[in-house]
Ligand binder design. Structure first.
Ligand SMILES: *Cc1c(COP(=O)(O)O)cnc(C)c1O
Length: 428
């Protein structure tokens, strides 16, 4: 009797698909999702008491490991003082000051409750600030599920998009232009044609929602230059990359200054928290200072803020990101070597504490290339690793995450399991 299976069966009666966010349903890899009962450090336990080394980390937030005592204590202490007031608190000011100090491109910041809310609000703000409607995004990037962002490329290059979800008005999608990641020429063409209508460009400065795609320097620099030339707002969506690829986030890593940035995931330490911020003259357009409306009953929630502050403190320990990067690099290098030893078409790369695994010969640079990965090979690998106690993202098109609690021994055990699986796969 599997309790995971029981729970999944039961869940499907009352929750659509049995899950509260689609990727959790294992739709891409098949099989029964694991219902997690607890986590400690780099390890999670499912409802059948199987344990796994966790390479998802709640899709990024759990950067210091599950149930870190400092984070747990901060939340417990905040809980005892009351859960929510709908009035400002001192801790919110402290978190805002900390974020503005750590992210030099942000003069001001506003706290919200999710990454979706942060990107949605940043886009409204960019439109309100510029008085323009057109938005550029890149194919394969995910920015949460607000209407303007659930858009796929139109029929021709440089034509406006179509909704990628039912329920999104085509009228709204027509304001969104979807371009190829890492294609500076297409970006130049789009600005040449539509330049003075473009309110903003939103980008994942390392894409992590189509597996992991690194931007080229030329691409990011072209983007910055064109936005400046045309008075368009450049939004770095750092909901995933923020404090994940380094203490300076992706903007620090690449030395590019966006006009607005959005955060989520790591800044909440596992609690619901998002943020958007940037240049003062833009941020001053938000209510109550300016005409762009934005609000939230639970915004700046005391428990989320407490968890965020505690985690932000831990990641500033000396050597934190050196160790995190070394862990991710060791994992990728080890997997690549093991695959090569058994002639498996596979490669991997890491940026800070996030990584990509690709069942193809060369590292992909855009959505079309990543889609050519061998999905069946990934799905077989995923299930074999899961059976061996290693929990990877349940999709060939998601990034993976390490946390500070992964030890060298943990990585060695994951590499040993992968080595056996690669060996078996070539023996057939
Ligand atoms: C996760 C994510 C979001 C959405 O955040 P939620 O908290 O899930 O709403 C937005 N942008 C990026 C880049 C993300 O990775």
């Amino acid at each position: 009797m599997s309790r995971n299976l029981d729970l999944f069966t039961r869940a499907q009666q009352t929750i659509p698909g049995g899950v509260n966010s689609p990727v959790r349903a294992f739709g891409s890899v098949g099989g029964t999702p694991r219902f997690i009962q607890r986590g400690q450090g780099a390890r999670i336990w499912d409802s059948d008491d199987n344990s796994y080394l966790d390479y998802v980390g709640s899709w990024g937030p759990i950067i210091v490991g599950h149930a870190h005592p400092d984070v747990v204590r901060a939340v417990q202490e905040a809980t005892a003082r009351g859960l929510s007031f709908g009035a400002p608190t001192a801790a919110e000011v402290e978190l805002a000051e900390e974020l503005v100090r750590l992210v030099p491109s942000m003069d001001m910041v506003r706290l919200v409750s999710s990454g979706t809310e942060a990107t949605m609000s940043a886009i409204r703000l960019a439109r309100g600030f510029t008085g323009r409607d057109t938005l550029i995004k890149f194919e394969g990037c995910y920015h949460g599920h607000s209407d303007s962002l659930l858009v796929k490329a139109g029929s021709g290059m440089l034509t406006f998009g179509n909704p990628s979800s039912a329920g999104v008005p085509a009228d709204l999608a027509q304001h969104t232009l979807v371009l190829d990641y890492n294609n500076p020429q297409q970006l130049r063409d789009a600005f040449a044609r539509h330049g003075d209508q473009i309110a903003c460009v939103i980008i994942e400065p390392v894409a992590g929602n189509m597996n992991l795609i690194r931007p080229t320097t030329e691409f990011l620099q072209t983007l910055r230059t064109l936005c400046t030339q045309h008075g368009s707002v450049l939004i770095f969506d750092e909901v995933m990359t923020g404090f994940r690829v380094g203490l300076g986030s992706a903007q620090g890593l690449f030395g590019i200054t966006p006009d607005l940035s959005t955060f989520g995931k790591v800044i909440g330490g596992g609690m619901p928290l998002g943020a958007f911020g940037g240049r003062r003259e833009i941020m001053q357009k938000i209510a109550p200072l300016g005409p762009v409306y934005q609000a939230g009953t639970l915004s700046g929630n005391p428990l989320s803020v407490a968890a965020g502050l505690a985690q932000l403190k831990l990641i500033q320990a000396p050597g934190f990101y050196e160790q995190l990067s070394a862990t991710a690099q060791a994992l990728c290098a080890g997997l690549t070597k093991a695959a090569q030893a058994h002639q498996v078409d596979f490669c991997a790369q890491a940026v800070g504490g996030m990584f990509g695994l690709y069942f193809r010969r060369a590292i992909p640079g855009n959505y079309a290339e990543v889609m050519s990965c061998d999905k069946d090979a990934f799905n077989r690998f995923f299930h074999a690793m899961l059976d061996a106690g290693h929990y990877l993202a349940p999709s060939a098109f998601e990034a993976g995450f390490v946390c500070a609690a992964h030890t060298e021994a943990d990585i060695a055990s994951t590499l040993a399991a992968a080595g056996e699986i690669f060996a078996r796969s070539t023996r057939g």
